[in-house]
Ligand binder design. Sequence first.
Ligand code: GDP
Ligand code: MG
Length: 288
Amino acid sequence: MKAGNVFLVGRPNAGKSTLINALVEKKISITSPKPQTTRRIIKGYWWDEDTQIIFWDTPGIFGKIKDQASKKINQITPAALPQADLIVYLIDKTRPRGSEENKILGLVRKVKKPKIVAINKIDLRTPDYTYEYKFLEEEFDAWIEISALKRINLKTLLREIIERLPESGQPLFDPKTIESFPAEGITPQRFIADLIQEKIFLTLRQELPYTTAVKTERIEEKDEIFYIKATIFTIADKYKKMIIGKKGATIKQIGSLARKEIELFTNKKVYLELNVETDPHWPEILLE
Ligand code: GDP
Ligand code: MG
């Protein structure tokens, strides 16, 4: 049979989480890469009679390192990459290349395994920066244009992946034991806190340096709905203001991004209550 670990690599917002969910349809687990760390790696399991794939949704690499938390996130993907049997390098064609993209390409280049470049978001006609990435066509083993969201060309992508997977004498996992949420090696509280942290970075990355930590206060499930309460801690009132944004627009954006992704992984409706608090002695332990 063919079996292997397939890494989805790409900058934040390229569409990695969307793609993994579209490919594996809910057979997902969340794993902490090392027992000592809390940051997560999400794995999705795909199989049929003669193929087994574990897709790794690696956290994005942040171009500009602003604080301890993003520094830690940036270390996860390089540390895990040697385990890859194949890499799918996901590119958001609606954004031009930049230093962040180059940083990721640098990482991908070091891995001597089959590599597929997947140009994502082709359902959006514009903006289109595909031409800025064309040079990759020669360097990579395959070039595929997809839409993770609209599920365009995903079957082709899967076929191209399977074609390049190593032959294996034994299965990678036992499909019977694959569970969905919650996860191995990481608590749902930590998973949700990390997700919110990621969305804070995504939403505020162009802004001033800041320092945050997130704590999940409560998770309750009632009538198929998850009620979640979480607090974002920051060290000064000016940062609190930034996180909340004008008329609460920024915190709303962060909450909405986080909620959607939690819904993806739980397959349940989610109510997310997010609070921001200033704490000059902000709890370092939350970052571990
Ligand atoms: P990640 O940070 O790489 O995991 O990216 P996400 O999967 O969270 O996607 C980031 C944003 O891009 C989300 O709002 C997705 O809905 C959106 N997105 C992902 N794939 C596509 C796509 O193929 N087309 C469009 N239009 N949007 C997409
Ligand atoms: Mg993601």
